[in-house]
Design a protein around this ligand. Structure first.
Ligand code: DAK
Length: 263
C-alpha cells in the first residue's frame, strides 16, 4: 500500500514507521490513523519483522495530538470511525506479537502521548515534552490515555496530568516511569535501533510470550497473572528455541533462534 502521511521502511528485521505531517506537527487525523493501522497490519503478516519502531518526522515533535482542525469538524459518523480506528490501532500495537518501541523525538501531546503509551516502551530525546492537554479543548483523552497513563503513573498523578493539562519535561517523564530513558536528540534513533537489534536476535516465541504475559497479567490479579505466566512458559517449551537456547549455553556458543509462531 502507498502511504501519504507516514513513512514506512524495513531494514533487516526492524520496521520503522515515521508519522510525517510536518505542517501540522505530525497531528493524527483519520488518514494517519488509517495508514498506521494498515502498516501495522502489514507488519503483522510478515514473520521476518521482529521489532517495530515508531517515531515522528523532524526534530521538534513526535506527534502533537489528534488533529484539532479535524476534531472540530467531526460529526457522529466520522467521530465513530475515528474513535474505533484509533482504539483498534492502540490495541493492535499492544497485542502485536513483536515489540513496539516509541522513539519520542519532541512534543508528545494528547493522542501523541497515547500513541507512545500503547507501545511497549519509550525512549525520549532531551527536548521532549509530554502531556494530555485535551482538557484545555473541553474534551478528555480519547485513545485510551485515561486508562494507560493511570496504569503507568498511578491514579493521582494521572488525574493531576489530565485535569490540569500540565506538560512534563523529558526528565520528569523519566522520573515518573513514562519514558524508559532520555538521551540527546542525536542519539535517539541509534538508541532505539540498538535496543531493537538486541531484541531481534532473541527467540520470536519467547519475546512474544514475555510481552503477552506482562500485558495480560497486568489486566488481572496476581494469582491469574501467575497462571498466565505458567501457560506462556509452556508455550516457550513448545518452540525449538528453548532447546536451542539452553543447548547453546551449555555448548558455550551463541544461540541461533529459528522458532516461529506459525508452528
Ligand atoms: N492539530 C492540528 N494542527 C496542529 C496541532 C494539532 N494537534 N498542533 C499544532 N498544529 C498546527 C498549528 O495549528 C500550526 O498550524 P499553522 O498555523 O502553521 O497552519 C502548526 O501546527 C504549528 O503549530 P504552532 O504554531 O502552535 O507551533 P509552536 O511551536 O508554537 O507550538 C505546540 C507547538 C506543540 C506546543 C503547539 O502546536 C500545541 O500546543 N499544539 C496542540 C497540542 C494539543 O493540544 N494536543 C492535544 C490535541 S487533542 C478522540 C481520540 C483522541 C483524542 C480526542 C478524541 N476520539 C476517539 C473521539 C485526542 C485529542 C487530542 O490529542
Amino acid at each position: 500500500m502507498a502511504y501519504e502521511t507516514i513513512l514506512f521502511d524495513t531494514t533487516d528485521a526492524i520496521a520503522k514507521i515515521t508519522v510525517n505531517r510536518p505542517k501540522a506537527l505530525n497531528a493524527l487525523n483519520s488518514q494517519v490513523v488509517d495508514e498506521l493501522l494498515a502498516a501495522v497490519e502489514e507488519i503483522e503478516k510478515n514473520e521476518d519483522i521482529r521489532v517495530l519502531i515508531i517515531t515522528g518526522a523532524g526534530e521538534k515533535v513526535f506527534v502533537a495530538g489528534a488533529d484539532i482542525t479535524e476534531l472540530a469538524k467531526l460529526n457522529p459518523v466520522s467521530a465513530k470511525h475515528f474513535a474505533s480506528q484509533g482504539h483498534k490501532l492502540m490495541l493492535k500495537l499492544e497485542s502485536l506479537s513483536i515489540p513496539v518501541l516509541a522513539a519520542v523525538n519532541g512534543f508528545a501531546l494528547g493522542g501523541g502521548l497515547e500513541l507512545a503509551l500503547a507501545c511497549d516502551f519509550i525512549y525520549a530525546s532531551e527536548n521532549v515534552k509530554v502531556g494530555q492537554p485535551e482538557i484545555d479543548l473541553g474534551i478528555i483523552p480519547g485513545f485510551g490515555g485515561t486508562q494507560r497513563l493511570a496504569r503507568i503513573v498511578g491514579k493521582n498523578m494521572a488525574k493531576e496530568m489530565i485535569l490540569t493539562g500540565m506538560r512534563l519535561s523529558a526528565e520528569e517523564a523519566e522520573k515518573k516511569g513514562i519514558v524508559n530513558r532520555v538521551v540527546p536528540a542525536a542519539e535517539l534513533m541509534e538508541t532505539a535501533e540498538k535496543s531493537a537489534r538486541s531484541i531481534a536476535k532473541k527467540g520470536r516465541v519467547s519475546v512474544y510470550a514475555a510481552k503477552q504475559a506482562i500485558n495480560n497479567g497486568l489486566d488481572t490479579d496476581l494469582k491469574n497473572g501467575c497462571e498466565i505466566e505458567i501457560n506462556s512458559f509452556a508455550l516457550c517449551m513448545a518452540s525449538p528455541d528453548a532447546n536451542e537456547g539452553t543447548t547453546a549455553f551449555l555448548e558455550k556458543r551463541q544461540p541461533e533462534f529459528k522458532g516461529s509462531l506459525k508452528e
